[in-house]
Write a new protein. Structure first.
Length: 584
């Protein structure tokens, strides 16, 4: 469980960095204490000047004042740097926590929240906390330390002024404390609007090609303008709330300054204090004002930090339905697959699979066909345990998947889809997924050659170090798909799932991987999901899904030879379509 308090959360993340925190505390304490010497030196300068002390004495006081001022400025810079560095180290840990948590959430959650929104939650909200930890800690906490020192010195100088100053500080603190949370709801709404804007931008950029090609640009701009207008309205409400707080705070400052001058003048006329002490009291009153001004100035960061933390709590409160508590180990070699009365729904009222019971012996190839929306891809996701069935049991190697560690399970399964994701990284990193698969260069080249990518990789300007663009820009769809197959070859899994993996390949490219696919399937269990029925020529059995249920299941050759079977009907339709295309 994660703590429900910002301070406790930050405290947990600061564990292990106590030495850095202690060093920062020293810098902050010294830089906060040095300003307290300034008014004392100026009082001495004023009183000595009135008394007619030698110029050398006054010069010494002035030189000391300047030296301390410069030293204080240097320490402020060092403290700010230390705070910023510490804040980024801590909040980067928090970003990692949020990223891992987001990746563990169910597919239904990701379907309801676009990537742009999650980027804003894992980065934008955390940046608000980082600003709070660094800027707010240095300016406000440092000023608060100075304030405490100023109150102590004023009390020692004159207890009456000291008590009055303490009373004023208490009233000011209570006033600002009550005002502090008044703008948090508006700041929370503003951050939510910004997250929505990020989501809109990400979605529109991802579909830019379709929008341009099909005349959807006007709609995209309209939605963007609506999102920016919402951000503007909520930002205006948040700024207006902050401005009200600022006005009230400034009124408190003015009252404090007037009271300080009145008290100092009265004591001076009564002969109780010197003229230098009048300045000292006024200057310490200013020091009391400065931390309050810092609080007012940094209030927007406080609001953003609190609003960001609220949204971080909301994300961390989301719980994945898939738990990782298994301890059993899958057997060695090819893995059998069994579904026993399996039902699944992304939403409670919309079943995607219903009562699926079937098995695939180890080393056999199952072909899965069916219309769009029949549950084929969902079946594959259940085998990878990207979700758990709402009823029934999924077993691999005879073991309930919930009893196996997720990492151990997915290490034994190879999964290739038609949507290949390539990273802005080197060819080597794209093949090994940044070192997740151990393979030397010779093995990488061997796999590329096996898949027919020998000419492609030999023409690369920097061989395996060649950088690929985002999404594999510069590669054809077929080359990208072959690279995805290469990843599976390198992993050497015992269970292979191909989900429309050859749908993007032209016939020539598809022929290039047929021999490699034969090699890959040898001795392995495979689930092949395909619309192109020619892909199923290697299947031992066929499973036909319709509306989330099994419409047909049997040996491929037997179903193909039975004119009344659904599979035979699909084959006939596929052949007729191919002849029509050839004739045209």
């Amino acid at each position: 469980m994660y703590p429900d308090s910002p301070l406790r959360l930050l405290g947990e993340l600061l564990r292990g960095r106590r030495s850095r925190l202690a060093l920062f505390g020293v810098f902050l304490a010294v830089s906060s204490a040095l300003p307290l010497a300034g008014p004392l030196l100026l009082r001495a300068f004023i009183d000595h000047a009135i008394e007619g002390q030698p110029i050398a004495v006054l010069a010494l006081i002035a030189g000391t004042y300047i030296t301390l001022a410069l030293a204080r400025q240097a320490l402020v810079v060092v403290a700010a740097y230390s705070a910023t560095r510490l804040a980024w180290m801590v909040t980067n840990d928090l970003r990692g926590i949020l990223l891992r948590h987001a990746l563990e959430l169910d597919l239904s959650y990701h379907g309801a929240h676009p990537p742009g929104e999650l980027i804003e939650r894992t980065d934008g909200d955390v940046t608000a906390l980082s600003t709070f930890v660094s800027s707010f800690a240095v300016r406000v906490v440092g000023s608060a330390l100075t304030l405490t020192g100023a109150l102590v010195i004023v009390l020692l100088e004159d207890w009456r002024v000291g008590l009055g100053l303490a009373g004023f500080a208490t009233v000011a603190a209570v006033t600002i404390g009550r005002l502090r949370t008044s703008a948090v709801p508006q700041a929370t709404e503003q951050r939510a609007a910004v997250a929505g804007l990020f989501g809109e931008i990400e979605e529109r950029l991802a579909g830019a090609e379709d929008l341009r090609a099909n005349g959807g640009g006007a709609h995209a701009l309209r939605r963007f303008h609506q999102a920016t207008a919402l951000v503007y309205r909520r930002a205006w409400r948040a700024a207006r709330a902050t401005r009200r707080i600022y006005v009230v705070t400034m009124a408190v400052f003015v009252a404090g300054g007037v009271l300080s001058l009145v008290a100092g003048a009265a004591l001076y006329r009564a002969g109780a204090i010197s003229l230098g002490t009048v300045y000292l009291l006024f200057r310490y009153t200013s020091m009391l004002r400065e931390p309050l001004e810092q609080i007012s100035t940094e209030l927007q960061n406080v609001q953003g930090a609190v609003a960001g933390f609220v949204r971080i709590k909301q994300l961390l409160a989301e719980r994945p339905s898939v738990t990782d508590a298994g301890e059993r180990t899958l057997p060695a070699g090819a893995l059998s697959v069994e579904l026993d009365g399996v039902g699944f729904a992304y939403h409670d009222d919309v079943p995607v699979l219903d009562g699926i019971t079937m098995s695939v012996p180890a080393g056999r190839v199952l072909g899965v066909v069916g219309p769009t929306g029949s549950g084929k891809t969902t079946l594959a996701r259940l085998l990878l345990r990207l979700g758990d069935p709402i009823q029934g049991v999924v077993r691999i190697g005879g073991i309930d998947l919930r009893e196996v560690r997720l990492a151990a399970l997915r290490a034994r399964i190879g999964y290739v889809t038609q949507d290949v994701h390539l990273f802005r990284a080197s060819v080597r990193d794209n093949l090994t997924l940044f070192g997740a698969v151990e393979a030397d260069d010779a093995r990488l080249v061997e796999v590329l050659d096996t898949l027919g990518l020998d000419r492609w990789h030999r023409e690369l300007p920097d061989a395996l170090e060649t950088m690929l663009g985002p999404g594999g820009s510069g590669m054809s769809a077929g080359e990208a798909q072959l690279l995805a197959f290469a990843r599976v070859f390198l992993r050497d899994p015992e269970l292979l799932i191909l989900d429309e993996a050859t749908s993007r390949l032209d016939p020539l490219t598809e022929a290039r991987i047929e021999r490699a696919t034969d090699l890959l399937l040898a001795g392995r269990t495979a689930i092949v999901i395909a619309h192109r029925l020619t892909t199923l020529a290697r299947a031992d059995e066929i499973l036909v899904l319709e509306e989330g249920t099994i419409a047909e299941h049997g040996a491929r050759l037997e179903l193909a030879a039975d004119p009344s079977s659904r599979f035979a009907s699909l084959l006939a339709t596929n052949q007729k379509a191919a002849l029509t295309v050839a004739a045209s």
